[in-house]
Write a protein of this length. Structure first.
Length: 675
């Protein structure tokens, strides 16, 4: 049988947004490869997505609607039901809820597609008047910080890193989470560039860099201020660029002069010489580039830290040089081309302003009895493109909320995740290889199309179709609910030739090669904000949980815990792909040898990691990757695969960041003892 190749796009929450070549025989995907003709994919895929055929044809796929027949506190038992019965049950429940704000959608980036990630779902929630969801769980602190510095989420072209002479890889395990940037960084390294990893953990990326600076979690803002101090006192500033392209520098200058390396060293855990050496390298090497990633903004001061780091290339004029600048997110370049109003139809709200629930505090929201200030208790929850029982902070509260027998929970899923196990109805969703979608990227400046390579497996349906059918069952006859996926795809982007996109599979956005060389930031003045009009001067904000803020808590729980992703998982996706889970083997807690020895813990021993919120059993890995005083709980495992039915979010809390109201997963104190 002859095979064919279908244009695809990786849907996952990763800056690479790879162009896929999906090889199909009949109705079977036999191979998924990166497209060699797409410049940012250049034929390579990460280990995870290269197994996408295994995930799509997985024997444990949910392929029929399922109805719960057990109590939520019992081992889950479901029985198949028909689609018509399932949709009628949803409509009946929604109609019975008087205040539609008691209906709560919960979704995130299980797919980054403009269609399956929202569109028809957003239309339904707007027409219904359901509660809004503040989607903060991953990147909103960094997004707010970057916008507060630059006016939008913009950065340098990822391909330009190949021509940098110095690359600071800050808060990123690029080998695991940004593979194609790492290709460009490696090209620069082969040409003589110096690579510096700034990360509390000695990651696989840090192993390959010339220098690793293992700062304390949450101290990134203090390090940035100390670097600025050195730029100022050593006259390493580009005063011409500051004059032309930076607004409010004097306020920032005064703040930075309060942070000599001697002050920053005990905060960051770095030496004075390390800080001074980094400042000198950054100031005296051109072009210098920073690849900032979202790990460092998952702490109380994450938004301000991003503001400070983003201003570094503005002070040295790094933006003037090919190969210089910074990249955290490039999503702002696509913003003028995304037709969000057409896809989401906010006009269907008809002037209503439903309450907003922060997804990073879903545990408290589900347990809240309701009030005049907060609104009604959540009576119905619809989860798609997410797995909150595993990924949301303080997961014991999330699970307790999902176990409410009076909560009607609908989950659209590929597999029986921790969240699906607690649902009333589980609806089978298509994977990326079975539906149409359109994608932009936050790591490069191309748009991509994803064509369905095979028919939907079993009775699975695209998210768009599920929400169309719910809208019809509710009696919504607005013409927008009848639009098919191709109509949605053609509306998704403006100023882009959809037929050309469909023919090639990807198209570049018309972004200048060096858009910030002369300033031209997307702010009213065209200048970067060193002092923001409403936020003022950025400053170091310490962690919620640290000795400086709460010495009593730190005395009881002296170890800081971060929970970076395991290399072969993407958040909670791919955990059930056996070949990938076999590589990771089991959930582990990385410890420094000194911390392990002080507690009588040997490499490979089972340990109990705990704080006031809960505890988890993990295998200790004394492998040289943890810095003193910090433990690394690699995630995000499904709870059901944990030794004790828990994962690392049993220990995290629901307090939020300084900007962006985001989750503070890496702002967490614990203690560890032999199990």
């Amino acid at each position: 049988m002859t095979s064919r190749i279908v244009h695809g796009a990786c849907p996952h929450d990763c800056p690479d947004t790879c162009a896929l070549a999906v090889h199909v025989q009949g109705e079977q995907v036999i191979k998924v490869q990166g497209r060699a003709d797409h410049p940012n994919t250049h034929g390579a895929l990460c280990t995870k997505v290269s197994r996408y055929a295994e995930r799509t044809h997985h024997p444990e796929r949910v392929l029929t609607p399922l109805k719960r027949v057990s109590k939520k506190t019992e081992p889950p038992r479901f029985e198949p039901i028909g689609w018509d019965e399932a949709v009628r049950a949803i409509a009946t429940k929604f109609n019975a809820i008087e205040d539609k704000q008691a209906i709560q959608p919960y979704s995130y980036a299980g797919t980054m597609g403009l269609l399956q990630g929202g569109s028809m779902a957003d239309r339904l929630w707007n027409r219904l008047g359901a509660a809004r969801l503040d989607r903060t769980i991953c990147a909103s602190a960094g997004a707010a910080g970057l916008t507060a510095a630059y006016g939008h989420r913009i950065g340098m072209h990822v391909r330009h890193f190949a021509d940098a002479k110095l690359i600071l890889i800050w808060g990123s395990n690029s080998i695991a989470s940004n593979l194609h940037f790492w290709t460009y960084a490696n090209q620069a390294k082969r040409k003589g560039a110096k690579l510096v990893a700034i990360d509390p953990r000695r990651t696989e990326t840090a192993d390959k860099c010339h220098q690793h600076l293992a700062l304390r979690p949450g101290s990134d803002g203090a390090l940035a201020l100390a670097l600025m101090h050195e730029l100022i006192v050593n006259d390493w500033l580009d005063l011409d660029y500051i004059e032309r392209a930076v607004e409010g520098f004097e306020g920032l200058r005064a703040k930075a002069l309060e942070w000599p390396p001697e002050r920053a060293a005990p905060v960051t855990g770095l030496s004075v010489d390390e800080i001074r050496g980094l400042a000198k390298d950054y100031a005296q090497t051109a072009p210098a580039a920073i690849r900032l990633n979202y790990g460092m903004q998952r702490v109380h001061g994450g938004g301000n830290a991003v503001r400070l780091i983003a201003l570094l290339p503005c002070l040295t004029g790094a933006w003037k040089h090919h190969g210089g600048g910074l990249l955290l997110s490039a999503s702002g370049w696509a913003a003028p081309f995304k037709n969000n109003d057409a896809l989401e139809r906010p006009d269907l709200l008809a002037g209503r302003q439903p309450r907003m629930v922060n997804m990073s505090a879903i545990g408290d929201a589900l347990l809240h009895p309701g009030s005049a200030e907060f609104g009604p208790p959540i009576q119905a929850l619809v989860v798609y493109n997410s797995n909150p029982a595993a990924v949301a902070p303080e997961s014991a509260k999330v699970v307790k909320g999902l176990q409410r027998e009076d909560l009607f929970t609908v989950v659209l899923e590929h597999f029986m995740t921790d969240t699906a196990d607690l649902a009333d109805l589980v609806l089978p969703a298509t994977t990326q290889l079975e539906h149409l979608d359109v994608h932009t990227s936050y790591g490069h400046t191309d748009v991509l199309i994803n064509e369905p390579a095979i028919p939907a497996q079993g009775q699975a349906k695209p998210n768009t179709q599920v929400f169309r059918e719910i809208a019809a069952a509710l009696g919504f006859t607005d013409p927008c609910f009848a639009e098919d996926d191709e109509a949605l795809a053609r509306q998704a982007l403006t100023g882009i030739d959809f037929d050309a996109l469909r023919a090639q599979g990807w198209l570049p956005l018309p972004v200048p090669e060096h858009p910030l060389a002369d300033g031209d930031f997307p702010t009213p003045s065209g200048k970067a904000w060193a002092t923001h009009p409403t936020l003022g001067v950025p400053d170091f904000v310490p962690n919620h949980e640290c000795a400086e803020v709460d010495p009593t808590l730190a005395a009881r729980y002296p170890l800081a815990m971060i929970s970076p992703p395991a290399r072969n998982f993407l958040n909670s996706s791919f955990v059930n792909v056996k070949s990938l889970r076999d590589i990771e083997r089991e959930p582990v807690l990385e410890m420094h040898p000194d911390d392990a020895a002080a507690r009588g813990i040997a490499d490979g021993a089972m340990v109990r990691v705990f704080n006031d919120r809960g505890e988890q059993l993990l295998r200790a890995a004394v492998n040289g990757r943890a810095r003193p005083g910090v433990v690394n709980g690699l995630g995000i495992w499904w709870r059901k695969f944990g030794v004790d039915g828990k994962n690392v979010n049993e220990l995290t809390h629901q307090r939020l960041t300084d900007l962006g109201a985001a989750a503070t997963f890496y702002d967490c104190l614990v203690e560890v003892a032999p199990a």
